[in-house]
Design a protein around this ligand. Structure first.
Ligand SMILES: Cc1cc2nc3c(=O)[nH]c(=O)nc-3n(C[C@H](O)[C@H](O)[C@H](O)COP(=O)(O)OP(=O)(O)OC[C@H]3O[C@@H](n4cnc5c(N)ncnc54)[C@H](O)[C@@H]3O)c2cc1C
Length: 407
């Protein structure tokens, strides 16, 4: 059996590793001339790190990561703590794998190292995908047509493959943009920052966490705005972030000032689907379920897609591929779509205006944290891609070992 993966982002690379472990020959086709090193952080919750362990990659990924102990929620104006949750040993005990914080380039390097260089075609934009009864085909710029038993389109939030499969449908602007930066730890050493912090304010929130074994601080300030392009490299105006967070706690302003000129990413999503593929071609990752990042789950869900894809294809004959891909989507879309919707709701909660609603939210959060070790959205951390999935019905939230997380 052989497969072509379109797109060498986190989803495409994880899918290539997973299918190779299932015994398939995999060719990865990526439009950029080299692996894109995005200068940003990424949080990997245990639903993703459990899959990385199955793929034999957890130790290598963990060696590059920072391991947080706590998640602290704070008030925008004075930095007072609303509540805190555990992210360290307790997560491993409850969910069977760690919560890790990474530089994206470090994660991508580990994933790419697990795919033989000879099976990756860089600088190769895909311009079309089609299929017949026996095969699926990818046409690349220049006209060459590559054949395989199946094609996995992991071509991201602006997926063209999704349009080729299902017709006109564009990425949707979420109404939010993220100001991003990475700072050397030494530049913020005097600020006494917690491992992971989320500062909530009207129409915006601010997140920071350590990456690369604690050497760098990843900073993301999310604001509501009318329009912003989807780009990992677009620069904000000098000082723009300071104007957007005017009046915030002095530690937030100190971080934003020391960040210098920040990058600005317009956050886009895709409408949820209940079919991810047609015949021998399927979507995976953001092409299937791009979501706002307010529960830090987009890449985690892509990694889970990859885990299931490997499972359903192991031992399958070429004639059984369409049925196997259908099982893959049915095992994944319930969970992915529900995390996507939950992430949007989280954004609205994070951005409540000052007043009774925000006070009530803060009181609810404090009460929840007093009774639970993990945040409410940690239900997603317990969903397992192999166990606890009802093949014939919607995916069910069930944790490792059949225990439900206490969140
Ligand atoms: C600000 C922000 C913070 C985030 N934080 C987190 C977090 O903490 N935790 C988390 O789990 N998720 C997070 N996410 C979500 C996460 O970044 C995405 O869900 C994830 O990167 C999607 O991976 P992907 O492989 O599906 O797509 P992408 O990473 O977009 O990869 C798609 C690849 O396909 C290639 N491609 C596209 N079209 C073609 C073509 N025609 N031919 C060939 N190649 C093509 C592209 O060049 C690209 O390399 C965050 C997102 C944002 C915006």
């Amino acid at each position: 059996m052989d497969a072509i993966v379109v797109g060498a982002g986190i989803g495409g690379l994880a899918a290539a590793v997973s299918m190779r472990r299932a015994g398939l020959d995999v060719t990865l086709v990526e439009q950029t001339p080299r692996f894109t090193e995005i200068g940003a952080g990424i949080q990997l919750a245990p639903n993703a790190t459990r899959v990385l362990r199955r793929l034999g990659l957890l130790d290598a990924v963990a060696a590059q990561a920072a391991r947080p102990a706590v998640l602290s929620y704070r008030t925008w104006s004075d930095g007072s703590e609303i509540c805190r949750y555990a992210l360290g040993r307790e997560v491993e005990e409850e969910f069977g794998a760690p919560y890790l914080l990474l530089h994206r380039a470090d994660l991508q390097r580990v994933l790419a190292a697990a795919v033989p260089a000879g099976s990756v075609q860089l600088d190769t934009p895909v311009v079309g995908v089609d299929q017949d009864e026996e095969s699926a085909y990818v046409t690349v710029a220049g006209g060459e047509r590559l054949r395989a038993d199946l094609v996995v389109a992991a071509d991201g939030v602006r997926s063209a493959a999704r349009q080729w499969l299902f017709g006109a449908d564009e990425a949707v602007f979420s109404g939010t943009a993220a100001y991003r930066a990475l700072l050397p730890a030494a530049a913020v050493a005097d600020l006494d920052l917690p491992d992971v912090a989320l500062w909530l304010g009207p129409g915006r929130h601010f997140v920071h966490y350590w990456v690369r074994r604690g050497e760098l601080l990843n900073v993301v300030g999310v604001v509501e705005t009318r329009a912003a392009p989807e780009s990992w490299t677009a620069r904000a105006e000098p000082g723009e972030q300071l104007r957007r967070f005017d009046g915030w706690d002095s530690r937030v302003l100190a971080i934003l000032e020391r960040a210098g000129q920040m990058l600005r990413y317009g956050i886009h999503t895709r409408a949820p689907l209940t079919r991810w593929g047609v015949g021998r071609v399927t979507l995976l990752g953001d092409s299937a379920h791009a979501m706002v990042p307010f529960q830090a789950q987009g890449a985690a869900q892509a990694i889970m897609d990859a885990g299931v894809l490997g499972d359903v294809l192991a031992g399958v004959a070429p004639g059984e591929v369409p049925e196997a891909l259908d099982r893959y989507a049915r095992r994944r879309f319930g969970t992915a779509n529900s995390v996507q919707a939950g992430s949007s709701r989280q954004g609205a909660l994070n951005h409540l205006p000052d007043g009774p609603e925000a006070r009530e939210r803060n009181a609810r959060m404090a009460a929840h944290a007093a009774a639970n070790r993990f945040p409410p959205f940690a239900t997603a951390w317990g969903v397992d891609v192999v166990d606890g999935v009802d093949l014939d019905g919607p995916a069910v939230d069930k944790s490792v070992d059949g225990r439900r997380p206490s969140a």
